[in-house]
Design a protein around this ligand. Structure first.
Ligand code: SAH
Ligand code: AVI
Length: 330
């Protein structure tokens, strides 16, 4: 059956960044494994296998963020859509960073009815699937997927003359940035949405350390598989020779810094080769793979304020596990 032009466009990735991305992956891995505290950027978790593992994490009973954010979005959907849509008449362009499988976007699109939707994701796999699915559900919607890295300057289509801009950044993906990076990202977004625009940001809240620990150390080992897949991806794409049996997933809450830290710990002294370089590991030495910062409501509002937004609204789930902030330009 022939696909409509809209569906064809949704299936096509606007920016084919794959060649550039492969080169950055190699450079970032070599640079990260050369640091005194070895580290890898979390954005590389999301190849096709990693994106599927993340979707499995979202279904885990221990991983409360997805359920909590979905629940609060359903409960407060009318108010959230009114907040995003109220800043003057005209069409809305909804831009979503780290759109993933588009579960929450579907709710927001149904209530807000934007004229255009620009999902941005580093995972071509997740982006393609979500865009096709959303186009089936909302045949009237102009969907313009952007395959790219939101930590780099990106060309976002439809920014001129397409009405008010609303940026949606759910899932507490902002927590994977340092507070300094988060502030810079919000400042960039403030410039992008302009004076009439708005932003909706999902932010995970500080809470009992046991609940946090369980969410990142699930009993089925899905988070461990997600973490270890980063080494498997390096083996697949950069001809690395990581032996996955010689590394262990390790995640803990660092209360001083207010963040979950994920690491991969070398179980033995060993050498690993990647892209023509050799890296030595001592027994117990780790690769730091992810931070997931947790905020208080006031702490996040202050950060958004420093980036040029006023924290106009905040919505919570019933158990007060997760927050969605409605930010308006100052
Ligand atoms: N918004 C979804 C998915 C969150 S998971 C939700 O709330 O459930 C984080 C998503 O951000 C993944 O889809 C991942 O591929 C994407 N992502 C992570 N770092 C990124 C980056 N630097 N640039 C673009 N997308 C990124
Ligand atoms: C995408 N991001 C907000 C998730 C988080 O909770 O920090 C990624 C994740 N890492 C381990 N589990 C889930």
């Amino acid at each position: 059956m022939a696909r409509s032009p809209r569906r064809q466009r949704a299936a096509r990735l606007v920016l084919d960044a794959s060649r550039l991305a492969a080169e950055s992956f190699r450079e970032d891995v070599i640079a990260g494994l050369s640091l005194p505290q070895k580290a890898l950027p979390p954005k590389y978790f999301y190849d096709a296998i990693g994106s599927r593992l993340f979707e499995a994490i979202c279904r885990l009973k221990e991983y409360y963020p997805t359920r909590s954010e979905l629940a609060l979005t359903r409960t407060h959907l009318g108010a959230i859509a009114r907040f995003a849509g109220k800043r003057g008449p005209g069409a809305v362009t909804l831009i979503e960073y780290g759109s993933g499988q588009g579960m929450k976007s579907r709710l927001l699109i149904a209530a807000l009815r934007p004229s255009a939707y620009v999902p941005v994701d580093i995972s071509a796999h997740a982006l393609r699937h979500a865009a096709l699915k959303l186009q089936r559900v909302f045949p009237w919607l102009d969907i313009r997927p952007v395959h790219g890295d939101f930590s780099q300057p990106l060309k976002i289509p439809l920014l001129k003359g397409h009405g008010r801009r609303v940026v949606y950044f759910p899932g507490s993906t902002i927590g994977n940035l340092t507070p300094e990076e988060a502030q810079a990202f919000l400042r960039m977004t403030r410039g992008q949405v302009g004076a009439r625009g708005a932003m909706l940001v999902g932010v995970d809240l500080k809470k009992d350390a046991n609940a946090l620990h369980a969410a990142y150390n699930d009993a089925k080992g899905v988070t461990a598989a997600f973490n270890l897949n980063l080494l498997a991806r390096i083996n697949r794409e950069l001809r690395g020779d990581f032996d996955l049996r010689r590394f262990r997933h390790y995640a803990f809450y660092n209360a001083t810094l207010g963040r979950i830290e994920m690491h991969l710990v070398s179980l033995v002294p060993q050498n690993v080769n990647v892209g023509g370089y050799r890296f030595a590991f001592e027994a117990g030495e780790s690769i730091h793979t992810e931070n997931s910062y947790k905020y208080s409501i006031e702490g996040f509002r202050a950060l958004a304020g420093r980036a040029g937004f006023s924290g106009a609204k905040v919505w919570l789930d019933r158990k007060r596990m997760f927050s969605l902030h409605g930010l308006a330009a100052n």
